[in-house]
Design a protein. Structure first.
Length: 247
């Protein structure tokens, strides 16, 4: 049986964390929670569930997740966000995987997102493949935003959806939009990107087309329209903030 460590990074996740922890009951050999300064009941909830809790000042998503994986006792890591949970099918898929010899160093799973009262099956939000189950000796997270597991070689796939509860309301999603656009602008600036005016005017409408038209967002109704609009706004803000950094 493969020893599996589930790692989670948190910051004020008292509402989401219980749902995630319940979905992995009996699946993990250990749960490692790395917190970056919660002021709510996050740490209390994690400890009550038997998790090993550590604290680390926030740097970026990639570094935070790599630190969490480095604290695990085993080499196989399942990295989850606090606002996610395993669907019953995905849970069974991972249980079956634990009893076999792994054929790959990294496994991915489709992520299904809950947005304003409904599951989103289009809008470039699904299947949204996430590579979260991996051997830390052969793979690691890279990127300060939209971080992803980097590794050499092929990868496997697991059945079942990783369920994602992205935001409880529109206000929370707008906050994420502002935060992500700031991080993205900083990332572009650090990479030496200095062209922003044309990109802002061209990339924002193209993003809307990608989400609403090419990504079939119209099939998600008004939610699909909102997703496309927010994606375009994020791109607009990203280049606007890049311009401010350049100036």
């Amino acid at each position: 049986m493969i020893r599996l460590s589930i790692c989670v990074i948190t910051l004020n996740e008292e509402e989401n964390l219980p749902r995630m922890l319940k979905s992995v009951e009996g699946l993990a050999d250990e749960i490692v929670v790395v917190d970056s300064g919660s002021t709510d009941r996050t740490l209390e909830i994690a400890r009550a569930a038997g998790a090993r809790v550590l604290t680390r000042a926030w740097t970026n998503f990639g570094e935070q997740k790599n630190f969490a994986a480095a604290q695990a006792c085993g080499d196989w890591i399942l990295l989850l966000d606090a606002d996610e949970e395993l669907s019953p099918e995905l849970r069974e898929s991972i249980l079956g995987w634990k009893s076999k010899v792994p054929q790959f160093s990294v496994y991915e799973m489709p992520r299904l997102t809950w947005f304003l009262g409904a599951w989103i099956h289009h809008s470039r939000w699904y299947p949204d493949w996430q590579r979260r189950l991996y051997d830390r000796r052969k793979a690691r997270f890279e990127g300060i935003i939209h971080e992803a597991v980097k590794f050499p070689g092929p990868f496997g796939r697991l059945r079942g959806d990783l369920l994602h509860y992205t935001a409880r309301n529109l206000e929370e999603l707008l906050e994420k939009r502002d935060a992500y656009s700031t991080l993205a602008a900083q990332s572009l600036f650090e990479k030496g990107v200095r062209s922003w005016r044309a990109a802002r005017w061209l990339a924002a409408p193209w993003t809307w087309i990608q989400y609403f038209v090419l990504g079939a967002g119209f099939l998600d109704g008004y939610r699909g329209f909102l997703i496309a609009r927010l994606a375009a706004q994020t791109v607009w803000l990203k280049y606007t903030k890049l311009g401010a950094l350049i100036k």
